[in-house]
Design a protein around this ligand. Sequence first.
Ligand code: BGC
Length: 733
Amino acid sequence: MDKFIADLMSKMTLEEKIGQLNLVTAGEATTGSVVSTDVEAKIKAGNIGGIFSMSSPAKIRKAQELAINQSRLKIPIIFGMDVIHGYRTVFPIPLGLAASWDMPLIRQTARISAIEASADGINWTFSPMVDISRDARWGRISEGSGEDTYLTSQIAKEMVIGYQGEDLSEYNTLMACVKHFALYGASEAGRDYNTTDMSLHRMYNEYLPPYKAALDAGAQTIMTSFNDINGVPATANKWLLTDLLREQWKFKGLVVTDYTAVNELIDHGLGDLQQVSALSLNAGVDMDMVGEGFLTTLKKSLQEGKVKIEDIDRACRLVLEAKYKLGLFDDPFRYCNEERAKTEILKSEHLKLAREAAGKSFVLLKNDQQTLPLKKQGTVAVIGPLANSGANMPGTWSVSADLGKTQSLVEGMREVLGNKVKIVTHLGANLTDDPKLQERSTMFGREIPRDERSSEEIIAEALSTSKDADVIIAALGESSEMSGESSSRTNLDIPASQKRLLEALLQTGKPVVLVLFAGRPMTLTWEDKHVPAILNVWFGGTETGKAVTDVLFGDVNPSGKLPATFPQNVGQLPLYYSHKNTGRPLAKDAWFQKFRSNYLDVSNDPLYPFGYGLSYTKFTYTDLQLSNKQFDRNGQLKATITLKNDGNYDGQEVVQLYIQDVVGSITRPVKELKGFQKIFLKKGESKKVEFTITEEDLKFYNQSLQLVAEAGEFRLFIGGNSRDVQETSFELL
Ligand code: BGC
């Protein structure tokens, strides 16, 4: 590769080298206001290195032919796309997939995404998104794996392996792009594109490990984030992109910006387009997404001595290497196989996995008196704005979904249940009372019909539709575009219009099941008090309707566990289980004490803690044991616990291991996830679950940012969520 690329570069003009750094969009699915123009002429002139948001072998072949037949050096184009949680077959939103805690399953969803997208001409995905977020106001929390460093790191690794396979030059792989580097999920106040200011030890211990895990798993590209980091936006941040990424982490792949992120440095206040483009290249960026600052200014900056040819060469070489690794120099049309596009997209086995993944992503938040599962008999009323909207089921960032064909919840139910159950349905309430908010929340073809009558009239009609029902399913919550990019919210309640409906449904005295659609943790304090059963289904993808039916009617026992804390109210945010103790913690079981760290009006507790999720069966944990109470740095420790399925259904449980470093040279979290296992047990069965702990699990970055394990006492916890745990302790010698 090195020789091939060196030979090629020796033939390239400066303009052609700069051309390789230019990534443009075809404008099929875009998130910014700038859309590239003159793409055809630019390809011929060698002014384009990559194109994204273009799909189908025919279109991609046409663009590739222009590069191969009509540009001077015949350098192939790389084709990118946001393949975030599936391609045409859509899996649950990433936050939902994370709730499955099922690593082989997550890897398989990425594999299938790669098979489908590569069959449609694409060879590069802007995924996995591994930004830790502890603030549910941030709409993009839906695109990541939630609040936890360890869980997110495990998932990042699986996704990279799933996309890239074993050999990137295979026709059915995608090059992965880890994003958004870095700390985007910590944007102040949960407002998108906002500033991040963070201590180094928090970065190293809590926010950076998932990016590193994805790179260690082999991800070949990384995307800079939009946010400012301690005074320097990521896209111009030399410390981040060179000192940390290249020098400390030894990353050898390609750095691409986010959408127009170079141009946005102007609004960040770093100078004009020429200045910011130079800053960005010098900081370590290789490829400029959409804004064309590199294309239009780097030559001038070189002449004026503001950038060096070595940096342009470095960036060009890394773009060419990415293409080489994908096998594009061998065969630029490797991913343009019409036959594959016809046979490998939306295959029945892909849909089967999508249904399984959706079922495993749902989290049962409440189930009083075994309201669920329901019996397959009688009449069921499915009421609410999410009951009949197929277009909302795939969830945010599903740009390749076939919205017109995705089943709604009611359609899925009818297909699965046939004529065993009579289903009646009604809108029941508008998504929100505010038509403008509804419009903003249903963009990109995710419409939900509006009924202009008064709330009372709509509800009265819904109640009359439900009058013969034995049970009511309230399909409520967010629309898919209420989370995702540029969809931050300050109020995380179920919208008032829907809440009124829910109250009216409960007043009928019939059993009510809340099927909650959500792209983020929501505030459900009222619902938790009043609704007998709550199943949080996020956005489950193509097969949502069937998968929800599977779980509601007991064919699948829910096993999802929350990857992010559900707060009692928005004022508690950011709220996460792995917080520090403070110097004035509350006494155990107290919820308010004067001059202690708390609020006057609400306890510090979450509504539902990280790792929480119920099952139709009951799991008990007994007999936590350690192989020894002390171990030295070369040794290890085994922790075992007996898990029993004490209920009436077979089921899966996620057994979670947490550790606390009791005394440290810097303050340490009260608990950190360090391991988990998803265990299947038949009813009545029990099993000893074993974890091995080594020095590695106890390491953290100290004040001088060295990775160390400090001798002393550690607490170890095992349980079915981060709150309800058994506890013991050991010592590292
Ligand atoms: C998003 C990225 C995405 C890119 C390309 C941006 O607005 O932040 O996550 O990959 O657009 O579509």
